[in-house]
Design a protein around this ligand. Structure first.
Ligand SMILES: Cc1cc2nc3c(=O)[nH]c(=O)nc-3n(C[C@H](O)[C@H](O)[C@H](O)COP(=O)(O)O)c2cc1C
Length: 340
């Protein structure tokens, strides 16, 4: 196949994604600033953090904060978790009124509190309930509905093909398969063969997810396993360039070079937008993990990361970032940090 043919739009129901890369929903991470960076570096669709259908129906203020998005992010997907079809349908109606492009249903979250309520990955154990949830959400939505699922509950019950079929029959416009069971957690297991099986069983698009941390793996999922699109999660933490690198690979181009200056600019932009979106207090706290991710692997970043974790004002964080990158550029960071 011509490499160029790999980079093309994908249709999910009535929505056209301009490319085949999706930025994964990640609670506590995939807020507006994170998504903007992902989008600008090549993600064709971004997904907001999961929202509790029950909380949304109760109109909880915190939930509405999670739902903030901007026009430039389109197409944007917002994800609901819940187990009650009626609440999920009502919440989907709210998301549609809110103007989202795609409504996504969480069938993969492994967190104990969520699965105990019958939501997230617990739905993989209850295919009839899963189908009822999809049917209710599809019935209430005027946007395409997608499902993000796992391979199954555990290695002994890998039923993704059956659940995906049930979701398609219930009206889902696409399925995203995180190629791990709930039991696999976020570990090294990658059950990619299952992606091919799900793809062969469905006529709606299949989005492959799980462990995509190089352009080569993304290309493999699109070519060898026939995925229509791929979704990247943790490899994008502090690294929006993963999307540009994958897109380059799809076009047959070499990956873009990420200079320390590009890293500095992206980090400062992320921080600046976080302050605008969340306010300084929350932004500085939310940014601590992002800072560590952006600096990961850079020369002598350890001390800088530690020092930044203790700062409380955005101005101090900016100054510390600038100072670190200045030292990095001057090749002096090691001695300065030893002295600190
Ligand atoms: C911090 C974090 C938060 C996550 N939150 C969600 C979420 O809200 N909804 C969801 O469907 N998946 C969530 N996930 C799972 C990811 O979307 C993705 O399926 C998983 O990380 C596997 O992809 P990866 O190997 O590329 O990271 C989360 C993962 C992480 C690491």
């Amino acid at each position: 196949m011509e490499p160029r043919a790999l980079d093309h739009p994908v249709r999910i129901g009535s929505v056209t994604l301009p490319g085949r890369l999706v930025a994964a929903p990640m609670a506590g991470v995939s807020d507006l600033p994170f998504r903007e960076l992902a989008r600008d570096h090549g993600a064709a669709m971004v997904c907001a953090e999961m929202v509790s259908a029950e909380a949304l129906v109760r109109r909880s203020g915190k939930t509405h904060h999670l739902m903030r998005y901007e026009e430039g992010e389109r197409p944007i997907s917002m994800q609901l978790f819940g187990a009650r079809p009626a609440a999920m349908a009502e919440a989907a109606r709210i998301l549609c009124d809110h103007g989202v492009d795609v409504v996504d249903i969480n069938m993969g979250c492994p967190v104990r509190k969520i699965v105990k309520s019958g939501a997230g990955a617990a739905l993989m154990r209850e295919p009839a309930q899963a189908a009822a949830v999809v049917e209710a959400v599809v019935g209430a939505s005027d946007r395409p509905v997608t499902v993000k699922m796992r391979a199954g509950w555990d290695a002994a019950s890998m039923n993704a093909v059956a659940v995906a079929r049930a979701c398609e029959a219930a009206g889902a416009a696409a399925v995203c398969l995180h190629a791990r069971t709930r039991g696999d957690g976020f570990g090294p297991t990658r059950r990619y063969a299952l992606l091919g099986e799900v793809k062969a069983a469905l006529s709606i698009p299949v989005i492959g997810n799980g462990g995509i941390d190089t352009p080569e793996i993304a290309v493999q999922l699109l070519t060898d396993y026939g995925c229509d699109a791929v979704m990247v999660g943790r490899a994008a933490l502090g690294n929006p360039w993963i999307f540009a690198a994958i897109r380059a690979a799809l076009r047959g181009d070499p990956p873009p070079v990420v200079t320390p200056e590009a890293r500095r600019q992206a980090l400062l932009r992320h921080l600046h937008r976080a302050v605008e979106v969340h306010g300084e207090h929350l932004a500085v706290r939310r940014m601590r993990k992002h800072l560590a991710w952006y600096l990961h692997g850079l020369r002598d970043a350890h001390r800088a990361k530690e020092a930044i974790q203790r700062l409380d004002s955005a101005a101090d964080v900016v100054a510390a970032i600038e100072a670190y990158f200045d030292r990095l550029a001057a090749g002096r960071e090691a001695s300065v940090e030893t002295a600190a």
